[in-house]
Design a binder for this molecule. Sequence first.
Ligand SMILES: [Zn+2]
Length: 176
Amino acid sequence: MNFRLPSRRTFPCPQCGHDLRGLSLDDACPKCGTAVMETFWLARAGKHRAHQATAFRLQRVWLRAIARSIGSTRSACEFVLDSTATVVRVPRGWFGKTPPLDAKAICAGMAELCRINFRDAVEAREILTHWGIRRSEDVAVILRALVDAGMARAEGVKDFDRDFAGLFVTERWLSQ
Ligand SMILES: [Zn+2]
């Protein structure tokens, strides 16, 4: 999948102001070299303030396309994407920096998001199952599609199938 910034609307580079409209997520700013992906993430995080709403709108469209391509749901894809942004424990030596995310850290982030978003473990299991996340292997499929599309990073994942194998089964997960 090759996602692009809209061509009808201006999307200035946060570093140099060059208009990035129509460029793909794999591209870099032709003037200063900042990755378009980086700009998209800054916008999404609200650090490129005027463009946060656009970033979220694009994200919804892109996630729907990704979900369709792997037979998943937009909600599941969004939850996995948000899980990669929810780092629970920052490893020693990484304070103030982004640690390389591995499968365990992503699943821990997902468990934390469940705690924040759902009433209890029963509700979390029900909703994740409804979205099609029945086990950690389903997370691997979604995450790989997100990474391939340039929407997420998972530098700490060496082998999607092996790293996510057997980490959790949703119907028995999150019990105290
Ligand atoms: Zn630039």
